[in-house]
Design a protein around this ligand. Sequence first.
Ligand SMILES: C[S@@+](CC[C@H](N)C(=O)[O-])C[C@H]1O[C@@H](n2cnc3c(N)ncnc32)[C@H](O)[C@@H]1O
Length: 269
Amino acid sequence: MTHERYWIFIDIICCDHSAFLAQQDAERRLREGSPLRDKPSCCWLAPAFNWHSGTSSMFTNRSLPRDFLEKLESLEVAYLVEDDSIRQSGFSGGPRRWRAEREPILEAIEMNGDILDVGCANGFLLECLIAWAGERGITLTPYGLDQGAQLIELAKQRIPDYRSNFYVGNAWDWEPPRRYRYVYTLYDCVPPAFFEEYVYRVLVRMVDTGGRLIIGAYGSHSQGTSPFDIKGFLESGGFSVAGTAEGGNPPITSFAWIDRMNRRNNLIH
Ligand SMILES: C[S@@+](CC[C@H](N)C(=O)[O-])C[C@H]1O[C@@H](n2cnc3c(N)ncnc32)[C@H](O)[C@@H]1O
């Protein structure tokens, strides 16, 4: 682990006191010429060290499993069969439930800014979030990413003023042209074994300094499944959860968000 790489990880997700102390400790050791610790004192940076020790790359070079990618492709086919905007977004509960179960995303959005929906399908969620945020006096600029080229084409038609803000790509390895104030993603955009690294990837690559990553999970009334416990998962991985919300009655969607506060952004590439 080079000193520079140690700094990068301290800086990437430096948003709680333990990370601040770790940075102070590193600064002192560098000043004194003492060796840096093998691992930082804050547990939530430890996974990053495990992934990268002895490698020159920031992340693992794993690819998403073939069967998962095939499932994503079949998702696009299933959505495109539908005419209804909500169903084209993978939701079958109708407009009232759609709003009740999606609008709580805005609890994480406190000010104007750009928002990237990772897995935006036909762009309907973005269109709704812009309108609902507008009712709260908040202006959002939409950006969207989806692996489905035809879904992205629909999103461009839906929000033509921002058609150049929509991209085809896979969230796991997409290299965005810039970073965004708000990034929304579902936890199941990658298989469970990839999720923790996915959170780091999205934070580092997509979320702007001072920005917020909002993660959603949708349960299913018809299948009797509760939403995945995002907050619990993030906290068990050592992330500081800045807030949570849930939607539906009884609650069937859940959201948790983490902030990217960075005091040495110049070290992040
Ligand atoms: C259920 S829809 C979500 C639509 C909208 N964002 C929402 O939350 O209501 C899931 C969308 O995410 C896309 N998606 C899932 N995993 C993805 C990945 N790894 N990269 C890019 N798109 C992905 C799918 O193609 C699909 O269009």
